[in-house]
Design a protein around this ligand. Sequence first.
Ligand SMILES: [Zn+2]
Ligand SMILES: [Zn+2]
Ligand SMILES: [Zn+2]
Length: 96
Amino acid sequence: MPLCEHFETGVAVDDPETVCLACVAIGSTWHHLRQCLNCGQTLCCDNSPNRHATGHYLSDGHPMIRSAQPGEDWRWCYRDDLLFIPGAEGYEVAEE
Ligand SMILES: [Zn+2]
Ligand SMILES: [Zn+2]
Ligand SMILES: [Zn+2]
């Protein structure tokens, strides 16, 4: 299966933050961190109370995120519901 049409977006974002700034702004906490690969914002995951990464996709339409957790290396496309993991020749679509 080929990578989706959104995969190549935002490959040049800076390193992620170590906090969800949207949570910090409202005095909340988060579980895990994700980074938008279109604009570089670091946001919190769907196991977090505020789900800022998904909220960012819904409000701004940026489809690609990656994990911002140390030691994790995967990407996710909201638009296509696809998970990408490192393979032998770059990223590949993870099997269900
Ligand atoms: Zn896609
Ligand atoms: Zn958050
Ligand atoms: Zn974004």
